[in-house]
Design a protein around this ligand. Structure first.
Ligand code: FAD
Length: 420
């Protein structure tokens, strides 16, 4: 028989998003608050990110991932937030019953509010459909990071990395420092996917080649990876057969994107946005289904943990607030030309909070444009923007029109090719 627990707030996932939301809801008067984490420690993905680069915006200093997490773990210890570790949520229902399991048994929480903060997962080889056998030696970059930084294993000695996302760039440096030889980072697009500073600090500083407009077209080796075939691609992403090259390696790392972890949300019937992969949210990160909030990478893949913390702290403060009226939102936001993602997608008041936008390409001298039914009502200059870095705008800086309707968000400017 499950144990039944009544809760004002149940937070699912104890990464930076869940910790900040639990802390802030408790500090704003909610009780009891339960924080459920399937791992043995709080901190989420931060525990394996031992490189510096976290917290510059939020704490004004550069911390490692575990140092950043520690700040919140210590603050949580001083509250009555009930932290359940080793506790996996198996199911949530639309009327906010959260079913979880841990070594003590099965639990059923009846929650007034549920905060989704389950983070994201990595895209795998199966999603890329690269031909070849299924040899040992193919890892996602995040798994390789876990093996090196937490378990102390080196996944291979001669490495090729597919995808120039931040995790791949960071792992190129990490594996080099551990004595492996990173032969190349191969990127299908004609521009870098990760942050420019990671390209400089992780590839340039270690003489690791970056092959833009290239992709892996075959994986060779039966028991263990023996090498990969790499081809150039044209501007439409089609493979050019000429100039094919073989790169000998024993390991292929995949750094080809992250997907918000929403299997639980989907089963609960929470509407998901096709552009972010997370639930549709309003400016308070409330989902379309009443009593549910989504924050952090479960809502959309954020580039900086600082933004995750800011948003999740706001969510905690808004739980139970009267400004969360359930009237239909005034505006629905949708990405248009040059934009791949917009968070939030619903605006109720537009007075507080932020608009996060991810561009489709790298642009310089760009203009961020907001239009209602085809009429531009706001244009903002952005000197530079990259798909890897979200553009953040204060909602109160936008003059929202009084008419209701769909707002298209676009970016126009000069395209940057190469690494910028
Ligand atoms: C390799 C890498 C490098 C990064 N580098 C930087 C950097 O330099 N600077 C920076 O600012 N940001 C960086 N980031 C981004 C930052 O780490 C993320 O934005 C942040 O960790 C997202 O927090 P989150 O709480 O949403 O997700 P996570 O940290 O992923 O936490 C989600 C938690 O939910 C738990 N969970 C999931 N499902 C369940 C379930 N069913 N039941 C119970 N628990 C569950 C998971 O175990 C996990 O602990 C990096 C990220 C990665 C992956």
């Amino acid at each position: 028989m499950p144990r039944h627990v009544e809760a004002q707030v149940v937070v699912i996932g104890g990464g930076p998003a869940g910790m900040a939301a639990a802390l802030s809801s408790f500090e704003n008067g909610a009780e009891p608050v339960f924080l459920l984490e399937r791992g043995k420690y709080l901190g989420g993905i931060l525990n394996q990110c031992i490189h510096p680069g976290f917290g510059l915006h939020y704490f004004g200093e550069e911390l490692t991932g575990p140092e950043y997490a520690e700040q919140f773990i210590e603050r949580l210890k001083k509250t009555r937030v009930e932290v359940f570790l080793d506790t996996t949520v198996l199911e949530i229902t639309k009327d906010r019953v959260v079913r979880a399991v841990n070594p003590a048994g099965v639990w059923e929480f009846r929650a007034e509010n549920v905060v989704l903060s389950m983070g994201c997962r990595e895209r795998t080889r199966g999603m890329l459909r690269i031909p070849g056998h299924r040899p040992a030696g193919i890892f996602t970059a995040g798994l390789a990071q876990y093996l090196v930084n937490i378990e102390g294993y080196l996944p291979g000695k001669e490495i090729v990395i597919l995808g120039s996302g931040d995790i791949g760039l960071i792992m190129a440096r990490r594996l080099t420092l551990e004595g492996a030889c990173v032969k190349a980072v191969v990127e299908i697009k004609d521009s870098l996917s990760g942050l420019l500073r990671n390209y400089v600090q992780c590839l340039l500083d270690f003489d690791i080649p970056l092959l833009l407009s290239h992709t892996v077209t075959n994986i060779l080796g039966k028991d263990r990876v023996e090498g990969v075939v790499v081809n150039k691609v044209n501007t439409h992403g089609q493979i050019i057969p000429e100039g094919e090259q073989f790169i000998g390696c024993d390991t292929l790392l995949l750094s080809v994107g992250l997907i918000p972890e929403n299997d639980l949300s989907k089963k609960a019937g929470i509407p998901l946005c096709p552009f972010t992969g997370g639930p549709f949210v309003d400016e308070y990160f409330a989902c379309d289904l009443e009593g549910f909030f989504a924050c952090g990478n479960v809502a959309a893949v954020f580039d900086l943990v600082d933004y995750v913390t800011m948003v999740s702290t706001m969510v905690g403060g808004k739980i139970g607030s009267p400004s969360l009226d359930r009237k239909p939102p005034r505006h629905m936001l949708v990405p248009a030309s040059g934009v791949s993602q917009v968070i939030p997608q619903r605006i109720r008041e537009g007075k507080e909070g932020f608009l996060f936008i991810r561009s489709q390409h790298a642009f310089r001298d760009a203009v961020l444009s907001l239009s209602l039914e085809g009429r531009e009502f706001q244009a903002m200059r952005i000197p530079l923007c990259y798909p890897s870095e979200m553009v953040k705008v204060n909602l109160q800086d936008i003059q929202w029109p009084s008419e209701k309707g769909e707002v298209q968000i676009s970016i126009r400017g000069k395209r940057i090719h190469g690494v910028g």
